[in-house]
Design a protein around this ligand. Structure first.
Ligand code: HEC
Length: 106
């Protein structure tokens, strides 16, 4: 139990040395991702939107649970292909934070 606690808090120097999130911003759903998806995605990908502009029914990013379900596809489209959002326009800083959030905050 003690070892488990040390590993989770990063108190052990050994685990800190191999932590891929070391140095990453503290990006959270409330502090970053919720706003990211509101700004860039929910005009089409939301249960609330009036017009989905062809976005697949059920692929919504209103909640953390929904984004977790589609996290791999979010990474591919928004980060690797740059195909989402349609038309582009995401600030580079936001892409960096999205990458950190998908790796370390989700
Ligand atoms: C202007 C409307 C619009 C916006 C804004 C938008 N999308 Fe989409 N999205 C679509 C449409 C239309 C499709 C279906 C056609 C396609 O896959 O290209 C789609 C499909 C997708 C898919 C499924 C693709 C696949 O291959 O399965 C994902 C994942 C996705 N969008 C993620 C996002 C993310 C993440 C954002 C925000 C960063 C976003 N979209 C913003 C319209 C939009």
């Amino acid at each position: 139990m003690l070892l488990f606690l040390l590993a989770c808090t990063g108190a052990s120097e050994d685990t800190a040395a191999i932590d891929p999130c070391e140095g990453a911003h503290a990006v959270s759903w409330v502090g970053f991702a919720d706003g990211f998806f509101a700004t860039y995605c929910r005009s089409c990908h939301s249960a609330e939107t009036q017009d989905r502009f062809g976005a697949p029914v059920g692929m919504d990013f209103d909640t953390l649970y929904q984004v977790r379900t589609h996290a791999a596809a979010v990474r591919v489209t928004a980060l690797e292909q740059g195909s989402m959002p349609v038309g582009g326009g995401v600030y580079e800083d936001d892409l960096i934070l999205l990458d950190e959030w998908l790796r370390c905050g989700i």
